[in-house]
Design a binder for this molecule. Structure first.
Ligand code: ADP
Ligand code: ZN
Length: 373
């Protein structure tokens, strides 16, 4: 099982990742945790990362990608992983896709833990973590029984140095600008699913497991779905579907080589469906545009082939004279009746066949024409 958890800082994706580790016995790979470990261990990498982290900015890709590469190649990641806090930008997502492609282990699911932005500040400023066992608390929503002390192990509760209002503001901005675009990135790949990150931790966890069971296990027994034709020349696109919209739109995809069509989570909001519609409309437009182009290209090829045939064993100039009229007439047709180009082309082809026959019977005429030149 290979999953990315997407979500704003404070969405609770880290908490959910830990629950998934227990349930599915695969490692959580959190770049935030790895970076914090490097910082507290005082490694070179940690020193380089610290300034960006304290400023609420992203740590540079050369650091983060190297770290992820190492982590993914460790044996415990062979059976899958839950990525938490990575990727965080389009370039990181692309790098991840290539890494996983090389391993022959494409990502299966990008799960967005969706929380209203207005909620996030309080969640983050109230966040506390046990320094011993990592258990998370929130002084507003889920306080420990004794203030500052872990219920589980008695460890001291710490506040992350970047969980202050100023840095949080910056982190939220960075999320909006650099990470939120990954929602459409994965939607295009038909890998995006969404769960509302509100309610109890257990409710959200149940919802997440439900989505995973619904979408990952069936994926391994995939049958190619009937999909809309991809316009020629266009890159194959993956479009997530909206179950709530009921209408089974076709999504074309090549996730891991297989063409898949999956139903998106029912909670997908109308707001989120809008860009999908746009994509669909765009696709339609492209298809419309592409179809006549394709037909035209075909016609040209046919024409060329026909001319070539005629030229076999003859001088180049001869068929030119014979087809001049035909070409002129065709040009006129194309110029004046672009809209019915495809129909016309059929007619033109028929004409051409007729003319071809004529041509055969008019060899003598052409011979004399050649003589004149
Ligand atoms: P949160 O998601 O709650 O903001 P994380 O623990 O995921 O916190 O990350 C903390 C900080 O570590 C980020 O603000 C950033 O500076 C750095 N970081 C984590 N993951 C990445 C990443 N994939 N790319 C760049 N920087 C990262
Ligand atoms: Zn603890």
């Amino acid at each position: 099982m290979r999953i990315v958890l997407l979500g704003a800082p404070g969405s609770g994706k880290g908490t959910q990742a830990k629950l998934l580790v227990e349930k599915y016995k695969i490692p959580q790979i959190s770049t935030g945790d790895l970076l914090r470990a490097a910082v507290s261990a005082g490694t070179e990498l940690g020193r380089r990362a610290k300034a960006a982290m304290d400023a609420g900015q992203l740590v540079s890709d050369d650091i983060v990608l190297g770290m992820i590469q190492d982590r993914l190649s460790q044996p415990d990641a062979k059976n899958g992983f839950i990525l938490d806090g990575f990727p965080r930008s389009n370039p990181q997502a692309q790098a991840l896709d290539s890494m996983l492609a090389r391993l022959g282990q494409p990502l299966q699911l990008a799960l967005l833990v969706d929380v209203d932005p207005s909620e996030l500040m309080k969640r983050l400023t109230g966040r506390r973590t046990c320094e011993k066992c990592g258990q998370m608390y929130n002084v507003y929503f889920s306080p420990p029984k004794v203030s500052g002390v872990c219920d589980k192990c008695g460890g001291k509760l710490m506040q992350r140095s970047d969980d202050n209002e100023e840095t949080i503001g910056k982190r939220l901005k960075v999320y909006e600008e650099q990470t939120a675009p990954l929602i459409s990135y994965y939607r295009m790949q038909n890998k995006l699913r969404r769960v509302a990150g509100v309610g109890s931790m257990q409710d959200i966890a149940r919802e997440i497991s439900h989505v995973i069971e619904q979408h990952i296990h069936p994926l391994s027994a995939l049958k190619p779905a009937i999909t809309a034709a991809t316009p020629s020349g266009a890159k194959p696109r993956l479009v997530a579907q909206n179950k709530a919209a009921a209408a089974p739109q076709a999504g074309t995809g090549s996730a891991g080589g297989a063409r898949v069509t999956l139903a998106a989570h029912a909670g997908e909001s109308a707001k989120k469906a809008a860009p999908k519609k746009k994509v669909a409309a765009k696709k339609k437009a492209t298809a419309k545009k592409a179809a006549p182009k394709k037909a035209a290209a075909k016609a040209v090829t046919k024409k060329k082939a026909a001319v070539k045939k005629k030229m076999v064993g003859k001088k180049k100039a001869a068929p030119k004279a014979a087809t001049k009229k035909k070409v002129a007439a065709k040009k006129k047709t194309v110029a004046t009746k672009k809209k019915v180009a495809v129909k016309k082309k059929t007619v033109a082809t028929k004409k051409k066949v007729a003319v071809k026959k004529k041509v055969a019977t008019k060899k003598a005429v052409r011979k004399s024409a050649r003589g004149r030149r």
